[in-house]
Design a protein around this ligand. Structure first.
Ligand code: MSP
Length: 513
């Protein structure tokens, strides 16, 4: 069995500061990446910035900057955001890097050689903001302005010489692929949207522009720059040292296991990208997962709507683990979800401060006070102790399945329930009443609850990387031992070393109204 796993986020347009929607895509992908590492996989997790195209050129002009210098600046804020979000990415790609240029040229040449590109003239609607072509049926008039029905962004009429990709030739092969590979597009509702779109028939796609210059030139005709989406999608290969298909990275990680994207860019990933790859005679990614939107005032958060929620501000006020937890627990991954500061506060208080945080803190405080600050040995266990641990262990295959199907909501609900259950177990078992009466039994309870804290912390680690590490380090589990296998083993708590100090994990948030 291959133990490699390749996961990507969309690469972000550095046209403005990162917002909560961007943070969401990245956090979701990070959780999968971290979980696969816990399972023992060698994970490559890629993110980056998408720097060419008319949108960026215009934005740079507005700011009176050379586009490359403009991108250098904003790309850096996205790179910094990876740190603020505690992303575990092992690479950050920029489409202005030479490794990417090489790879896009190769893709272009492959498409030329397969006979799938021809020169003609494009006339139709284009949205600079979406960097997308739209058919007449896909646009409407809003206060006298033509806009895309789906994104609401303004479209303009474009007429220019253009290279075309014979997308129309790929309809059948794409439909066959969707049929044969049930989980190629998830969630299911998104897959159905894509199938309907492809079944209506595909038109050839314009893949070069001549009316601006900020992009990768078409190798044989420098008047044209390559369409930014053909350029951008190729990043997933560039990071593997493509075109060198003999390179270890390429051999180990292509095809990608999952491209995590927002539903707004599904068509590009689930229709255009596989068609380009088929034409280039390269294997297709195994999965495209399209998550919903984070809404603010019930609208998609975007710069043009002016309803941006800044993740950095929220993190400053509440903490990164808290934000990560909230986004995963309260927003249903495949669907759109509104977020609110009130819900965030409630979620932090109920699930983190009062539940998981409180559990760890009170158990460790009790051990410090009554057991010389060392985890008591497993002496006298009863059925309830055994069942508590067993229930969680038995659930592991199901939890892995949730993650493999990108069902993060069920995953997190199940895990946090173990924490509620553990709190209840601790209350009901009343170890404080057994100190004198039955110290062996007290030891059994304490050993059990610490083991369960360890197990829960490992499972929560992909979502709460900072806090769970603190908890696990308190009980002398080092970072390299944060693995699912460590849950499966019995009796691996270190009872001979004192517990480390654990500061407050999650501050309770006071309500200001
Ligand atoms: N550059 C392209 C992606 C190229 S991938 C080869 C792009 N960039 S973007 O910066 O506009 O958006 C990137 C992603 O951010 C979206 O696909 C989506 O995943 C995420 N989001 C942006 N706004 C969002 C919300 N309001 N809610 C959730 N995610 C959204 O598209």
């Amino acid at each position: 069995m291959s133990k490699n796993f390749y996961i990507t986020t969309p690469i972000y347009y550095p046209s403005g500061r990162p917002h909560m929607g961007h943070a969401y895509s990245s956090i979701v992908a990070d959780i999968f990446a971290r979980f696969k590492r816990l399972e023992g996989y060698n994970v490559l997790f890629l993110t980056g910035t998408d720097e060419h195209g008319q949108k960026i050129q215009k934005e740079a002009e507005k700011n009176n900057k050379d586009p490359k210098i403009f991108c250098d600046d904003i790309s850096e804020t996205f790179r910094n955001l990876t740190k603020t979000l505690t992303l575990s990415n092992n690479d950050f790609i920029r489409t202005t890097e030479s490794r990417h240029l090489k790879s896009v040229n190769e893709i272009w040449n492959r498409l030329i050689n397969s006979g799938d590109i021809y020169l003609d003239k494009y006339s139709g609607w284009y949205s600079v903001s979406d960097e997308a072509y739209y058919d007449v049926e896909e646009i409407e008039e809003n206060n006298g302005i033509k806009v895309s029905k789906t994104s609401g962004s303004t479209v303009e009429w474009v007429e220019e010489e253009s290279y075309f990709f014979r997308l129309s030739e790929f309809q059948k092969r794409l439909l066959d692929h969707y049929k044969k590979n049930e989980d190629f597009i998830l969630p299911k509702s998104r897959k159905n949207e894509v199938i309907k779109f492809v079944e209506k028939g595909l038109k050839d796609l314009s893949i070069s522009r001549t009316s601006f210059s900020w992009g990768i030139p078409v190798p044989e005709n420098k008047k044209h720059v390559i369409y930014v989406w053909l350029d951008a999608l190729t990043n997933y290969l560039s990071a593997l040292n493509f075109p060198n298909t003999k390179d270890e990275k390429y051999k180990s990680f292509w095809p990608a296991d999952v491209h995590v994207i927002g539903k707004d860019i599904l068509r590009f990933h689930a229709v255009y990208w596989p068609a380009f790859l088929l034409a280039a005679k390269l294997p297709l990614p195994k999965r495209i997962f399209g998550h919903g939107w984070i809404l603010s005032d019930d609208k998609k958060m975007s710069k043009s709507l002016g309803n941006i929620l800044d993740p950095i501000e929220v993190i400053k006020d509440y903490g990164i683990d808290q934000l990560r937890y909230y986004l995963i627990k309260e927003v249903s991954l495949g669907n759109d979800g509104s977020i609110s500061m009130q819900n965030l506060k409630n979620c932090i208080n109920n699930d983190l401060a009062n539940n998981y945080g409180n559990l760890c803190q009170r158990v460790f405080a009790f051990i410090k006070k009554n057991c010389n600050n060392k985890i008591p040995k497993k002496i006298d266990l009863n059925d309830r102790d055994i069942k508590l641990i067993k229930n969680l262990k038995d659930e592991i295959p199901q939890l892995i399945e949730y993650i493999n199907k990108q069902n993060l909501n069920e995953y997190i609900k199940t895990v946090i329930n173990f924490s509620f259950e553990a709190n209840k177990y601790f209350n009901d078992s009343e170890p404080w009443a057994l100190k004198e009466k039955d110290p062996d039994r007290m030891c059994g309870i304490l050993n059990t609850i610490v083991e369960q804290i360890k197990n829960i912390s490992i499972l929560l680690n992909p979502v709460l990387p900072i806090s769970t590490k603190k908890v696990l380090n308190t009980i002398n589990i080092s970072d390299k031992d944060i693995l699912i296998d460590n849950i499966r083993k019995n009796n691996n708590l270190n009872c001979d070393i004192e517990l480390k100090r654990l500061d407050i994990l999650f501050k309770k948030i006071e309500n200001d109204n």
